[in-house]
Ligand binder design. Structure first.
Ligand SMILES: [Zn+2]
Length: 97
């Protein structure tokens, strides 16, 4: 199977990450709880933001800002679901069919 280079992700990735995160749903990788990310427990700043599962207290995501750059680790989330109505893309985007 032929592959494309990572630049092809620019459209759908920009689309995916240009949403209100608190409105997205996510599944905890530890306990399988599914909830809007706005329902998780968040600690910080000043060290950054640590989002923990509302059900089992596992770390879902960590956001750190240092030296003018942001790092995001979402290892604790099995997946994130973004409702279409919160996505800025139009149906004309080639990656949306
Ligand atoms: Zn959990």
């Amino acid at each position: 199977m032929d592959h494309l280079d990572g630049n092809v992700l620019a459209g759908p990735a920009t689309d995916l990450f240009a949403f209100e995160l608190s409105m997205a749903q996510g599944q905890c990788g530890s306990c399988d709880d599914i909830a809007a990310l706005g329902q998780c427990m968040v600690y910080g700043p000043p060290m950054g933001y640590v989002a923990r599962c509302r059900n089992c207290d596992s770390v879902l995501a960590v956001i750190i800002e240092r030296n003018g750059q942001r790092s995001v680790n979402m290892r604790g989330l099995r997946w994130i679901r973004v409702p279409d109505q919160y996505s800025p893309s139009t149906s004309a985007a080639p990656w949306r069919k």
